[in-house]
Design a protein around this ligand. Structure first.
Ligand SMILES: O=P(O)(O)OC[C@H]1O[C@H](OP(=O)(O)OP(=O)(O)O)[C@H](O)[C@@H]1O
Ligand SMILES: O=c1cc[nH]c(=O)[nH]1
Ligand SMILES: [Mg+2]
Length: 217
């Protein structure tokens, strides 16, 4: 698995990341969602540099220019709920992409133990397409593993990009170990070292879904 950690380079991305992490700033829900969208836009741009391009003649009012344009069929997949603003940011750039949605939620058995359930999937065929699956948090990696498993029932993509904002090192190890036969490129804005006993990323940012949309019962 190839891994791109975008915060290894200094850029404005770190300002957006600071604001979604900062305990006093992240509580502004609109700003939180907006920053997640903006990180989606930056990441979409970075991923776009790795796609295949073909040359096209483009007519202007004064002549013709031969220039490279992206020729890949993109499917943007996301995991509800927290994936929605991140997905939107990607969609601002990949404006012709098809879209897939998967629900995944943690059903707690007690304070510490939970199972992850996939209940909803809406997806086009992904065969021979580039699948970019977005979710801001890769904590244990289980939601992503199950969501990719669900999407792979819709075909065989040419390539899979996992796009996250904060990944835990244990989740990266987990995805690497459990999906070693799948051709995956992982994009992240940060890699945090650990998980707490509730499987939240440390230091992370807390619960991305709740910060974006409010607490759920
Ligand atoms: O790597 P994992 O351990 O599986 O955790 C990551 C998942 O947790 C969050 O969703 P959550 O279950 O909180 O749902 P929500 O988006 O509705 O808040 C997040 O958006 C991921 O989907
Ligand atoms: O740290 C975490 C783990 C799961 N889901 C989140 O939103 N944050
Ligand atoms: Mg949540």
């Amino acid at each position: 698995m190839t891994i791109h950690n975008l915060s290894e380079q200094n850029s404005l991305l770190n300002q957006f990341l600071k604001e979604i992490r900062h305990v006093d700033i992240q509580t502004d829900r609109m700003r939180f969602r907006h920053n997640i969208e903006r990180i989606g836009e930056v990441m979409a741009y970075e991923i776009s540099k790795t796609l295949a391009y073909r040359n096209e003649d483009i007519p202007t009012p004064l002549g013709t220019i031969n220039m490279p344009v992206s020729g890949e069929s993109i499917v943007l997949g996301t995991i509800l709920r927290a994936g929605l603003p991140f997905h939107n940011g990607f969609l601002h750039y990949f404006d012709h992409a098809e879209n897939a949605f998967v629900s995944a939620y943690r059903k707690y058995k007690d304070a510490l133990k939970f199972d992850i359930f996939i209940e909803y999937i809406a997806s086009p065929s992904i065969t021979e397409k580039t699948l970019i699956i977005t979710d801001p948090m890769l904590a244990t990696g289980s939601s992503m593993e199950l969501a990719i498993g669900a999407l792979l029932t819709k075909g065989t993509p040419a390539h899979i990009h996992i796009a996250t904002i904060i990944s835990s090192q244990p989740a990266i190890d987990y995805v690497q170990a459990h999906m070693e036969n799948t051709n995956i490129t992982l994009w992240t804005a940060a890699i945090d070292p650990a998980l707490n006993e509730h499987s939240y990323i440390i230091p992370g940012l807390g619960d991305a879904g709740d910060l974006a949309y409010g607490e759920k019962l």
